[in-house]
Design a binder for this molecule. Sequence first.
Ligand code: SAM
Length: 221
Amino acid sequence: MRVDVVTIFPEYLEPLNVSLVGKARARGQLDVRVHDLRRWTHDRHHTVDDTPYGGGPGMVMKPEPWGEALDDIIASGAPAAPGEPPARYEGIDRRVIEEYGEHLDVYEVSIGDYVLAGGEAAVLVITEAVARLLPGVLGNAESHRDDSFAPGAMADLLEGPVYTKPPEWRGRGIPEVLLSGHHGKIARWRRDEAFRRTARNRPDLIERCDPAALDKHDRAL
Ligand code: SAM
């Protein structure tokens, strides 16, 4: 998979060199290319922004450098489905999204209902969340089978609590069932705990949960 990131803060993307994403890149499973938008400016100050038409606070990113950057990157063989190029300031001049939306699938992706200073942190989040799903990136292919939101009967549930050794820590033990060796009982316990944790932390997800799918999951135990 190839990811091209256009930014005026290339150094912000350095975490993509470490941990899981860094290893996936080193193994050639993920091709991340970070581009400095200012490369496509032509004035002495490398200007990428200007004041908004209609007035108001903040600055808007100019369409020309973005257009030149995207033309070059697309010509170099980038995937033909760019997200909205995340920006600093108030955003990018809307005509850039309209222009590329005519020929390509352009998605505007929000990572949550809060306002970041710029799109770079969102790019880190999206790249890591996607990269770990690529075949071979996680050491154990089964690893994301039980994750929160993993497809299947529990797709709308968060994963429940997890424990490791020692069996007792500061007077706290672990649930007996996990020592039982009974796979069916353990799976049922995990499902119940997932349900409880989701109800507590994300009640909105419980409403989406399909009771028939959970019944089917239980019958399969
Ligand atoms: N004035 C804009 C608004 O109210 O929607 C916020 C602009 S924000 C300061 C600058 C840029 O950060 C946005 O254009 C977007 O690219 C990025 N950004 C901010 N919050 C984001 C989020 N939750 N998810 C993804 N990108 C975000």
